[in-house]
Structures are given as C-alpha cells and as structure tokens.
Design a protein around this ligand. Sequence first.
Ligand SMILES: [Zn+2]
Length: 256
Amino acid sequence: MGFENIPGEIRAKKIISGALKTGRIANSYIFCGQNVDQIAEFTKEFAKLLNCETACGKCLNCTKITSGTHPDFIVVMPEGKKSIIKIDRIRDLKNRIKIGPAEGTYLVVSIMNADSIEIEAANSLLKMLEEPPQGVVFVLITSRMDSLPKTVVSRCQGVIFANQNDIEDIDAELPSGSDVWSLLKFSSSLSESSSKEAERDKLEKKLRILSAEFFRARKLRESRIVLNAIRDIKKMANTRLLMDRMSLCLGGWIDG
Ligand SMILES: [Zn+2]
C-alpha cells in the first residue's frame, strides 16, 4: 500500500518518502497540481503513512482514514453556492486541532482547493500555520498556487505534481512561452542527475532560444528570469530544481 500505487507523481513521491524516512515532516505543505482529486488520494495515503508505518490498509488507523471516519484525518472542502472556504469553517478547525491527534500519531488537515479560501479565513489559517499544535500537519491542495496569499505560501513547503513520467529526455522539445505546467512537465522529464556537461549544454541552448523569444516579444521580465536560470546552470547540481524554480517564476507563482 502507500502511494506507490497512485500513477505518476514520481517527484512528489520522492520528496514525501524522503521526509517520512528521515522523520523531517513539515508542519504545512502545499500540494500543487492540475489533478486535485488524484492529489487528494495521495494526501490520504500520506496520512496513512504518518499513522501506520506501511500504510497497511488493514489496521484501525488505515481503515478509518480510508472510510473517512478517522478523527485525525480532517478534510476541509469549499462550501456553499460560491464554493468558498469560510471563516467559520476555519474557526471550527482551530478549536478541533488545539488538542492535537486524538487516536493516531499525526493529525492531518487536508484543505481541498485551498485557493478558494476567503481572505479573512486565510488570515486565521495563517496563525495556525505559524504556530501549529504538536503533531498537526496541514496539506493545502490547489491547482493555482498563484491565487493563494503569498503569506500562506511562504509558510508551507511546496510540492509540485506535474503528472510526469520518469523518463530521461533532454532532447524533448522545450515548450515555448510561460505555460507553467508544460515547463514543469519538461523539467520533470530531465534526469535528476543531469550533471553531464553535454546535457547541460543542450539545456542551455534551449534556454537561450526561449530567452530570445521572450525578448523579441518584449517580455523583458520573462527574458530576465530565463537568463538567470542560464547563469545558474553552471552552479546548480540539480537541473530539475533549477528548471522548476524558473517555471514557477515565469508563472508568477514565486518571486524571481
Ligand atoms: Zn495500517
């Protein structure tokens, strides 16, 4: 069991498996990807792994999380006609999480479509993210990280789900323009250890073309972001991380 059976998302699995292995679990995560339902499933498996070493699927913790009856797995959904997360819901949550986990080791709060949170509720949530009770882990699920308040984003560890296959393909076409998802997909097609000189040269060439494209279109901000990435290619060991960062900057999701 566990999330190895959920298709794709190799990068996200690696990050979360690493955290579980070392016991360095962040207090709050943003899981960002296009397929939020799949990410919700992933989050459920994460909650199981936090409360059962193998996410066996058979013990009391696992079965209760699966059926949605575990007191330590809380799912917050947008509500009402406008489909928003309101302040009242966050206030209830605040009272509940004060006491920490009731039955398990970790209390996991999964916030679905977190970008639909109203501003007052986001401020209240922010306080919880700043001083979370012991054993509480927040997971904010969204397909639009740029719609979340920057103050919230900065409190969370971001994990990107780009629906990638783990194929090495430096020769794949680099998508033009600043479509974040296509760029992230390209990024995840890179081998994690693209440390070979030849591969880096190839990537640099592609990025120079992209930068020139932006320049010609008078998109100077974008052009500068790509140039910064080119500058860092020689310094950074992990080209995937570099490309992720560049993509998120281009999409306006993080500051470059
Ligand atoms: Zn179990």
